[in-house]
Ligand binder design. Structure first.
Ligand SMILES: Nc1nc2c(ncn2[C@@H]2O[C@H](COP(=O)(O)OP(=O)(O)OP(=O)(O)O)[C@@H](O)[C@H]2O)c(=O)[nH]1
Ligand SMILES: [Mg+2]
Length: 200
């Protein structure tokens, strides 16, 4: 969970990109890395197979502006989408503060999207977390491809809770910062609410 260091006046939050294999999670992080001022980010660490599939995770630390005098840091992670790496996905979720669920918009990926979303729910539950209490947004990626489902359909299948959703073309950066900004705001609002009620 988010850590607040009063001595250093620093808040640190963990954001995880989740979704099926090849939906574009790593591509989101690469775009953010390439389009963030170097003094606002650390190095991106990617542990990938030779075929560029995420093997363990990607990691990118970012620094946002000060809020009430506190330096705000976001640690961005991706999970490996391949079904066989579930124990790693579970590990990456530990201590998550907010999620971006990345969907592959292509019709033929619908089952994988759905299974990945269910897998996310199960893995959160193994820590006693849930999507009721963990802020998340949805990014419908690959909107540039020809065989894609309409957003209304994706909303029906993946997003019955109607959380904020964004169309994305991560290879061109479309929808990448929209989704990131939205989840960062939700995470900070959630943290502030928890502090007020004394939960955090
Ligand atoms: N056409 C298109 N291709 C995309 C888009 N986003 C990502 N890709 C491509 O999809 C492939 C997989 O992207 P990754 O970002 O590696 O996918 P991932 O979700 O990290 O996959 P895993 O690490 O296996 O879970 C790459 O070839 C990307 O260039 C997009 O918006 N449109
Ligand atoms: Mg990846």
């Amino acid at each position: 969970m988010a850590s607040v260091n009063y001595a250093l006046k620093e808040i640190s939050c963990k954001i995880v990109y989740y979704g099926p294999g090849m939906c574009g999670k790593t591509t989101n992080l690469q775009y953010i890395h390439q389009h963030t001022m170097s003094d606002k980010r650390g190095n991106m660490v990617s542990l990938a197979t030779p075929g560029e599939r995420t093997l363990f995770f990607d990691f990118l630390p970012l620094e946002a502006s000060r809020i009430h005098g506190f330096r705000t840091k976001f640690q961005l992670y991706t999970v490996p989408g391949q079904v066989m790496y579930n124990s790693t996905r579970k590990l990456v979720l530990r201590g998550v503060d907010g999620l971006i669920f990345v969907c592959d918009s292509q019709w033929e990926k619908m089952r994988e999207n759905f299974d990945s979303f269910r897998n996310l729910t199960d893995n959160l539950a193994s820590y006693g977390y849930s999507l009721e209490t963990t802020p998340y947004v949805v990014q419908y990626n690959k909107r540039d491809l020809p065989n894609i489902a309409p957003v209304e359909y994706l909303q029906y299948v993946i997003n019955p809770r109607q959380v904020p959703n964004f169309e994305g073309i991560a290879i061109r950066g479309e929808g990448v910062f929209d989704a990131l900004n939205a989840i960062c705001s939700l995470v900070l609002a959630n943290l502030s609410e928890k502090q007020k009620t004394g939960v955090a």
